[in-house]
Design a protein around this ligand. Structure first.
Ligand code: G5P
Ligand code: MG
Length: 211
């Protein structure tokens, strides 16, 4: 199964990517996570450029991101399929998937209103070891014994979120419209998910589709 998860910042892509990856034994490919890991490890000009773009809420160039994904999906563990979290994000990125003759089975778009986006992203906390995603609103956060070690993302502040939302509107909304046109011609199953529901409800909705 080859799956794409789309949606505004904080809509639940990463959370549901972890669920899908575990339940269906599929590698999770999160371009955001890969880029954040990448900029941690060096201080070259390229690293600085990527860091600057992320910290300004801007998308990274299609060339860099598609190279990362092409390289990752060429690994043998992706022979069974994969779940792409946050890629593609532009029509150019989607066309590279097509150029590589990779057939996508499912696209899920998560939708939530802006007011919720701001609250969720500011409450998000991440376990730096496992990558597991929590929220201050979530009881599990307090049950996590190591919650003192959970971290907040640098780009999870109001000003940067607003810029990330502008990028979404400019580049990803046209991509979503593009996918709508592909559903019939390329037999891609496209589902819009109401991201305001609980995580468990959405897990179940996805299970009903993929099981
Ligand atoms: P990222 O890292 O891909 P975004 O902005 O696309 O960043 P983000 O912020 O990671 O997306 P998400 O993954 O959609 O959001 O959301 P999440 O982490 O799962 O959930 C957010 C919070 O809500 C959590 O606290 C979670 O517990 C809670 N939550 C989740 N689901 C639910 C639910 O159903 N109900 C409730 N109540 N709560 C829930 O990209 C970062 C940057 O990297 C670059 C760009 O610079 C980008 O800005 N980048 C790319 N650039 C170009 N092309 C690409 N393809 C790129 N990919 C990354
Ligand atoms: Mg994410």
């Amino acid at each position: 199964m080859r799956i794409i998860l789309l949606g505004v910042p904080g809509s639940g892509k990463g959370t549901q990517a972890q669920f899908i990856s575990q339940r269906y034994c599929l590698p999770k490919i999160s371009t955001g996570d890969i880029l954040r890991q990448f900029i941690k490890n060096d201080d070259s000009l390229l690293h600085k450029r990527i860091k600057n773009a992320i910290h300004n809420g801007k998308l990274i160039s299609d060339t860099i991101v598609t190279k990362i994904v092409e390289n990752r999906i060429s690994k043998t563990d992706c022979n069974v399929g994969f779940v792409l979290d946050g890629f593609p994000r532009t029509i150019t990125q989607a066309k590279i998937i097509k150029k590589n003759k990779i057939h996508i089975d499912y696209v899920f778009e998560f939708k939530i209103p802006t007011k919720i986006i701001l609250k969720r992203t500011q409450g998000r906390r991440i376990d730096p070891i496992s990558g597991k995603i929590y929220n201050l609103d979530d009881n599990k956060y307090f049950k996590n014994k190591d919650h003192m070690n959970l971290i907040q993302r640098n780009d999870d502040n109001k000003k940067i979120i607003k810029k990330r939302l502008e990028e979404h509107k400019k580049f990803t909304i046209p991509l979503i419209n593009y996918f709508h046109t592909c559903t019939t011609t390329e037999k891609i199953k496209f589902y819009t998910i109401d991201g305001t529901k609980t995580i468990l409800n959405i897990n179940n909705e996805i299970k009903n589709i993929l099981d």
